[in-house]
Design a protein around this ligand. Structure first.
Ligand code: YH5
Length: 269
């Protein structure tokens, strides 16, 4: 899954037409590099990020979805949003997957919107909201609590009419987790796979990679400097059961996965 950020801070320029145009080019480049899903998001959910008004989020993502369709992108699109109005507009523009970092808890109308549209759904675990989640993340047993939290959200989604076979689960790396929590989850992915749903892992370029990838006390800066560490985590996650990897660097990740597969069994990932 290739990440397509359509937030103003992800482009230095800002003009709407140029932003949409650059985003469309980037989506095609990721598809050509081997992405099986393009994840389009217009709301930054980084730690400390402020909520984006619904109309603004729609104004960011819909022109991009519309242009992707007009230019004939064939890989499925997921919409990364917590808001049902954004999701509905995205489904109408052809998005086939809902990626909700709140696991349908932020907007009470979201579950029904997804059920009615018949889309696949990614339910991600988070402790707290993006604004406050990194202030003091705390768990007794992080792996058990994330597993049970995901099981509960999966049951709620099924109760709302979402097809059980179309639900994927995600431990939410960095969403209300310390570095140690992130490592515990990544070391115990098989404990999360017992839920029977495909697992999604999104670790690409996140803070813990910067913290661990540089010398002690000198974290790597945000951005492409974190690509090599992100590849290491992607290979680990794939080897331990992740079915979908949400990444910035699609070509590099696909290449690394191909080598891992060849070394393992001569197959292709
Ligand atoms: C995810 O894990 N993450 S948005 C901070 C960074 C770098 C990247 C400090 N949406 C996930 O990508 N959806 C996001 O550097 C997601 N799983 C799913 N399913 C945060 C993000 C990021 C944050």
């Amino acid at each position: 899954m290739g990440i397509l950020n359509v937030t103003p801070d992800s482009f230095s320029d800002g003009g709407l037409y140029r932003t949409a145009d650059a985003a469309v080019d980037h989506a095609f480049a990721m598809a050509a590099a081997g992405a099986d899903i393009i994840d389009v998001g217009g709301e930054s959910t980084r730690p400390g990020a402020r909520p984006v008004p619904t109309a603004e989020e729609i104004g960011r993502v819909i022109p991009v979805l519309s242009a992707l369709r007009a230019r004939g992108l064939t890989v499925p699109i997921s919409i990364d949003t917590r808001k049902s109005a954004v999701a509905r507009a995205a489904f109408a523009e052809g998005a086939a997957i809902l990626n909700d970092v709140s696991a349908l808890t932020y907007d009470p109308a979201m579950a029904e919107a997804a059920a009615r549209a018949g889309v696949a759904v990614i339910l991600m675990h988070a402790q707290g909201t993006p604004e406050t989640m990194q202030l003091a993340p705390a768990y007794g047993d992080v792996v058990a609590e994330v597993r049970d939290g995901l099981a509960a959200r999966r049951a709620a989604a099924i109760a709302a009419g979402i097809d059980a076979a179309r639900i994927a689960l995600d431990p939410g790396i960095g969403f209300g987790k310390t570095l140690e929590h992130n490592l515990a989850l990544l070391r115990n992915l098989p404990a999360l796979a017992v839920l029977g749903a495909p697992l999604v892992v999104g670790a690409s370029r996140k803070r813990f990679i910067g913290a661990l990838g540089g010398p002690p006390g000198a974290p790597l800066p945000d951005g492409p400097a974190r690509m090599p560490g992100s590849l290491a985590v992607a290979l680990h996650a794939a080897r331990h059961g992740a079915r979908i990897l949400r990444v910035h660097d699609v070509a590099e990740t696909v290449q690394a996965l191909r080598l891992q597969a060849a070394l393992d069994d001569g197959g292709t990932p």
